[in-house]
Design a protein around this ligand. Structure first.
Ligand code: ZN
Length: 351
């Protein structure tokens, strides 16, 4: 018996209507590049259009004043901070991105799809409860996770954020809670400045925030080593019922906004590692949400290589290249900080 492995893909031409008045890296051409790159996969994907998230769904993750301010921008163009714009239809399109994330999350949680990739914009992981920030209007990941937790039957969700920037909004949404794990790899220091390794969660959520701030220049070897030494063991110990990935591709070597060196194949290798955990512990339940990625060719190619991993009958984990020698002490430091919370990091040695 061959199970239908076709990933659900959420996409919609309306996502192209969120556009800055002038040049901006978070542009509609990003989705056009992705569409072009994944066109050969058409028969291996299952398509669905999004619907807008309603007020109740958004207010599970945002303050009412933020939603009211966003809705008030409908029909006009505005700059919400030096990086973040709202075009005339952006409030509606942001609701569509959030609604797509919710529906994809539910489809995966209910077994209607094995996994899903939401190819929406604007991205979400910088949006805080009370404000838009860093190209993000609504926090799609936080809204989708809240919807999952509100549904009966699902209590433990892990968010893995491999965007090159720290997902401050998502961290803040869940940092005081024990049943949502937030794991982030990000270049540090870099925008938005949060995500130091000592930010580990608060109160009963202590330990359920895992920040892995990386120096500029990390590539497939360093990312693979950090995933194998920390991300995967922590996920296995947490035992999530579903994994949500804030999938940004701006750690790519070609990206203009950051200084990492991950390759297209490197993103596929990260996806294979996460998929293996999902297959082993979550019945395969895996949701990817597009975040950043600003080199158009690298973005398209990386989304394609990631989707190929999701769609494949089996996705073996490729070994990672050897990380730079000076990287080992940083991994040891991460393990030391996190070993207070994760037994798996006390009992295994990093090779
Ligand atoms: Zn980013």
């Amino acid at each position: 018996v061959t199970a239908d492995r076709r990933p659900l893909v959420i996409r919609d031409p309306r996502f192209l209507e969120h556009r800055a008045p002038g040049h901006h890296p978070e542009c509609p051409e990003r989705l056009i590049a992705i569409e072009r790159a994944i066109a050969p996969l058409a028969g291996r994907l299952c398509d669905r259009s999004p619907r807008p998230a309603d007020d109740g769904e958004i207010l599970r993750a945002h303050e009412a004043a933020h939603l009211a301010q966003l809705d008030a921008l409908s029909g006009s163009s505005a700059r919400l901070d030096p990086d973040t714009y709202s075009a005339p239809r952006s409030p509606e399109i942001a609701r569509l991105a959030a609604g797509g994330a919710i529906d994809a999350a539910r489809a995966v949680a209910r077994g209607e799809a094995p996994c899903a990739f939401v190819l929406a914009r604007p991205p979400g992981h910088h949006a805080e409860r009370g404000r838009a920030m860093g190209f993000c209007l609504l926090n799609n990941a936080a809204i989708a996770v809240r919807a999952l937790l509100d549904d009966p039957g699902l209590e433990r969700v892990a968010v893995v954020d491999w965007d090159v920037h720290h997902g401050n909004g998502t961290q803040h949404a869940f940092e005081a809670e024990r049943d949502v794990l937030f794991v982030s790899t990000h270049q540090f220091p870099l925008y938005p400045g949060t995500g130091a390794m000592r930010e580990v969660g608060e109160g009963r959520g202590a330990g359920s925030t895992v920040n892995l701030p990386l120096p500029a220049g990390c590539g497939d070897g360093e990312y693979g080593a950090v995933f194998d030494a920390l991300v995967v063991p922590v996920l296995l110990e947490f035992r999530p019922e579903m994994i949500v990935v804030s999938a940004g591709f701006d750690a790519h070597a070609s990206d203009p906004l950051a200084s990492m060196r991950v390759s297209t194949a490197g993103f596929a290798a990260l996806a294979a590692r996460i998929r293996a955990v999902a297959d082993e512990h979550c019945g395969g339940r895996l949701l990817l949400l597009l975040e950043g990625g600003y080199d158009l060719d690298a973005l398209g190619d990386s989304v394609r290589s990631t989707l190929e991993v999701l769609a494949a009958p089996e996705a073996p984990i490729p070994p990672h290249p050897t990380p730079a020698r000076e990287f080992a002490p940083l991994v040891a430091k991460f393990r030391e900080v996190q070993s207070h919370y994760w037994a798996a990091l006390r009992s295994r040695t990093f090779a």
